[in-house]
Design a protein. Structure first.
Length: 437
């Protein structure tokens, strides 16, 4: 069985992003493998702990991918502050063909397109996949899961994550997939009161979730408890429709949102200030400009730092993204682009970004507390990845053991699911519940 098949059968997805099935990235034409350990968002320490505790597994997974692709170079990328904590320097040869690449402490350095340019000097054409530039990008945890699948024969059933924010002591732990966050927080003696919210992800791009209903999925990187009254959280409750309605009249035409846009600074034809100025009529005035909204990485710099008028270019762009998604439209560039000559001087230092978000005081290095696994039930979502949802392979009342296949991959781009604990299953339309009884 080749690596691509093993990764698919193990149910491995991108652990640090939107959940793209990892096997589908293994394509001809790769020249360099980039491993993303940048931890783009503040307050997250999952990848740092993985590199500290599981470096052998990480390197093993990288070597497996290199061998499969016949690629001679891999760059394990971390920010400068992580390299210093791990006491390793830029250019260190970690293993044969695997070199450490130290990135500057700026935001959003973990954005795939920014990461590729910073690490390799290659600019991916706007709207194109990294492989078109000869690059494949995997997250640190993803390659660890590849190693587990190859060496131990283990499918993906566990998730590493940070629990942090406004808590006494931020931690990193490993839990069964499908663990109810309510159960996890009880085990950790953590609570979310009425003055706080819970984020799945970082303070910039993470989503507000319900701690009483949400569960751990394959893409959960961190759970952050943060006050409702800080800029990072207030930005998440901005009304997109109202932003579009007031954008034209409130915009002072300063262009700062475009001047600081990370994708724009790489030469992408993304100009938030023009979208804001013509917000209500943009579709009619410039359809091509609206389609360029799909190039936005959602970093939030335009709304939280750049705009001095309280407008949210990000909210306007998100409204366009919804419209474009319905029409299945996206920007795909054919021409090469070049980074802005002032890019280096317009990048946002990580410390500055934390202050802008109002989260700097919560940034404490998380400690690994080991694996937590004494949970009586889990909920395995059938759609934890981009593509078609998994198809149940068990029926209600069946008894399963950890690692057992419980849902097959669907046709096309899809992945299977596996039991993360022993127990009896109940099959629903969108999930499979396993109870340890």
């Amino acid at each position: 069985m080749d690596l691509k098949t093993k990764m698919r059968e193990a149910g491995i997805v991108g652990a640090g992003g939107a959940g793209f099935p990892s096997y589908a990235k293994l394509a001809d034409g790769a020249e360099v493998l980039v491993i993303n350990g940048a931890e783009c968002e503040p307050l997250l320490y999952t990848d740092y702990i993985l590199l500290k505790k599981e470096i052998d597994g990480v390197l093993s997974g990288i070597r497996a991918v290199l061998d499969y692709l016949s690629v001679t170079k891999a760059l394990l990328c971390v920010k400068d502050h992580t390299a210093k904590k791990l006491n390793i320097k830029d250019g260190t040869l970690l293993a044969d063909k695997i070199t450490l690449k130290v990135l500057p402490d700026v935001y959003p350095m973990g954005d795939e397109i920014s990461l590729i340019y910073q690490a390799t000097g290659k600019v991916v054409k706007p709207g194109n996949l990294p492989i078109t530039a000869g690059v494949i990008v995997y997250n640190v945890e993803t390659v660890l899961n590849v190693s587990n699948a190859i060496i131990k024969g283990e499918p993906l059933t566990e998730k590493w994550l940070t629990v942090g924010g406004d808590v006494a002591k931020p931690i990193v732990t490993k839990v069964p997939l499908g663990t109810k966050i309510e159960d996890l927080f009880k085990a950790l003696n953590v609570a979310v009161d009425d003055n706080h919210v819970l984020l799945d992800g970082g303070p910039s791009m993470g989503k507000v979730i319900d701690p009483e209903k949400a569960v751990i999925t394959k893409t959960t990187k961190g759970l952050l408890i943060l006050p409702k009254n800080i800029p990072a959280i207030e930005a998440k409750f901005i009304d997109g429709a109202k932003s579009v309605a007031r954008a034209e009249t409130a915009c002072c035409q300063c262009t700062r949102c475009t001047d600081l846009c990370p994708r724009g600074l790489l030469g992408y034809p993304l100009e938030p200030h023009k979208m804001v100025r013509t917000a209500k009529n943009a579709v009619t005035l410039s359809p091509e400009m609206v389609i360029s909204a799909t190039l936005c990485c959602g970093c939030g710099i335009c709304e939280t730092l750049a705009c001095c008028q309280g407008i949210s270019p990000k909210a306007v762009i998100n409204e366009y993204k919804v419209l474009l998604a319905k029409e299945k439209l996206r920007f795909v560039g054919k021409e090469e682009v070049s980074p802005h000559k002032e890019r280096e001087y317009r990048m946002i230092p990580s410390d500055r970004w934390q202050s802008v978000l109002g989260v700097k005081k919560y940034d404490k290095v998380a400690e690994y507390i080991g694996e937590l696994k004494s949970f009586n039930s889990v909920e395995i979502n059938l759609r934890q990845h981009i593509g078609a949802p998994s198809v149940p392979a068990v029926k209600t009342g069946d008894r399963v053991i950890k690692g057992q296949l419980i849902a097959n991959a669907n046709d096309g781009l899809s992945l299977p699911q596996h039991a993360s604990i022993d127990g009896v299953v109940t099959v629903y339309d969108s999930k499979i519940v396993i109870e340890n009884k």
